[in-house]
Design a binder for this molecule. Structure first.
Ligand SMILES: NC(=O)c1ccc[n+]([C@@H]2O[C@H](COP(=O)([O-])OP(=O)(O)OC[C@H]3O[C@@H](n4cnc5c(N)ncnc54)[C@H](O)[C@@H]3O)[C@@H](O)[C@H]2O)c1
Length: 451
């Protein structure tokens, strides 16, 4: 038996036995290391963007990168070249130019994330992989004693989010959801103003999710040969086994229901999260949800998530959240008894100028720290005990849950039309609808563990 196999068996066996590895002590007074040592798992479109920021703002020491793709073009844009080897080279080249490299000795690359979790010098992991991996990797990382920054949406389904919260509570690790709008000073300003009653009593919040920005193949598409530098088995992991096509994987996974909730969860993890933050409902959720319209591509197309939608949900006190597919210029618009305030890619505005007095700029100026980096810095500082987390697991779970139950209503729309679903936010289940409750947990294949 190889050492590698032994280490993996150890992690799997410890996890099964409920045993946890303690996080390396770096907190406050008992510091054993000056700098957080981190690993990036998933070095694609978002992973490379975050990695560059970590180095640019010198937030932590990157000692490992991991991806099932050795390195290739064909991410969001055809000329984007990402994967584990470009990531490793980028880290090592950047650090080589630094005069003061502290105790940092180099960055290693890995194909299998379990080998990263087995390293006892890794304090924290950034999980920047497709959504179908979020809960498995978060849980395994927490059990291996690693702090976790996991990209949004927190989970692939409601039950996985609850699983993450449970393991975070059991292990005591620091867990940040990647909903970086929570660290944007302008979003903080607007949501805090709304919570403090600046526009009176809020009756309604309008949110948006973006349109699909890629076109996939229609019915009759043909499988392709798996590239030699790509571990497709470990890309699929717990998801159903389906033949390879490049439009299934890099970046485009977000348009397949097996790996994502589509633009509903992709954008909703920001816009609906901001909405719930302004409403002071960062935990819990609505009691009713109804889909008014939903469109899908023809049966047999490779992309299976909704292409357009409108849904509404109502909270126990009658407040309504509405979400439509649109350009995300305004991600959250709060309407109260004494005015309105809104924020999104186009900046912010309000019904009266005085409501915006003292508001910070929407975007960081060139060279200034941006919202993504502030969010990661907040995570690093939370790991060292210096700051409260901006987006803990409960927060990420609440907004992901809203999007997941919306998807249940959306996916039923072609068959049932605009039929309201009753939701119990405490029990986290639909009331009196067993068929809808079947969507709360997705089956996970386990053969990747031994394959
Ligand atoms: N916060 C934001 O604004 C924001 C923006 C974009 C994406 N995201 C999130 O980031 C995540 C990744 O999205 P993306 O656009 O970077 O996708 P991507 O496909 O470009 O990158 C994901 C990478 O993960 C790798 N990967 C897949 N399975 C793996 C495994 N088992 N082990 C190691 N690597 C694996 C893929 O090969 C790929 O390189 C998603 O959850 C997405 O929602 C967040």
């Amino acid at each position: 038996m190889s050492n590698q196999f032994n280490r993996r068996s150890f992690i799997a066996a410890s996890a099964a036995a409920g045993a946890y590895t303690m996080a390396r002590p770096i907190l406050g007074s008992q510091k054993t290391t000056e700098r957080l040592q981190v690993a990036f798992i998933g070095t694609g479109n978002q992973g490379m963007g975050l990695l560059k920021r970590v180095l640019n703002f010198d937030l932590a020491d990157v000692v490992a990168v991991c991806d099932v793709n050795e390195g290739s073009y064909g991410y969001k844009d055809a000329d984007h070249f990402y994967g584990r080897e470009p990531a490793k080279q980028f880290v090592n080249d950047t650090m080589a130019k630094r005069k003061n490299r502290g105790s940092w000795k180099g960055c290693e690359s890995y194909q299998d994330f379990r080998d990263v979790l087995a390293r006892d010098d890794v304090d924290a992991v950034f999980l920047v992989v497709p959504d179908h991996w979020h809960s498995i990797m978060s849980i395994m990382a927490a059990k291996a004693g690693k702090h976790v920054y996991c990209e949004k949406p927190l989970s692939l389904c409601v039950a996985e989010g609850r699983d993450i919260i449970n393991v975070v509570n059991e292990t005591g690790i620091v867990f940040q959801t990647g909903s970086h709008e929570r660290s944007r000073p302008a979003t903080q300003f607007i949501c805090e103003a709304v919570r403090n009653g600046a526009i009176g009593e809020v009756k309604k919040v309008k949110t948006v999710v973006g349109f699909n920005n890629k076109i996939g193949p229609g019915p009759g598409w043909q499988p392709e040969k798996v590239p030699s530098n790509f571990d497709y088995g470990m890309w699929l992991g717990p998801a159903p086994h389906e033949p390879y096509h490049h439009d299934r994987c890099l970046y485009r996974f977000r348009f397949h229901y097996d790996y994502s909730g589509g633009q509903i969860t992709n954008f909703g993890a920001h816009s609906c999260d901001m909405a719930q933050w302004g409403l002071n409902r960062s935990t819990g959720g609505p009691v009713e949800i109804v889909c008014d319209s939903a469109e899908f591509l023809p049966e047999g197309s490779l992309f299976t998530t909704a292409t357009e939608t409108k849904f509404r949900c109502t909270y126990a006190d009658g407040v309504e959240l509405e979400c439509i597919s649109s350009e995300p210029k305004v991600q959250a618009r709060f309407e109260g008894t004494d005015g309105w305030m809104q924020i999104g890619y186009a900046g912010y505005s309000a019904s009266r100028d005085e409501l915006l007095k003292g508001a910070p700029p929407y975007r960081a100026k060139k060279g200034e720290i941006d919202a993504h980096s502030l969010h990661m810095r907040n995570f690093v500082r939370a790991c060292t005990g210096d700051e409260e987390l901006a987006a803990n697991a409960e927060t990420g779970h609440a907004s992901a849950t809203l999007c997941h139950i919306a998807n249940t209503a959306i996916r039923r729309f072609p068959q049932y039309g605009a039929q309201p679903l009753q939701w119990d936010p405490k029990e986290e289940s639909f009331v009196g609808n067993e068929e809808a409750n079947q969507t709360l947990r997705r089956p996970q294949r386990t053969d990747w563990m031994t394959g």
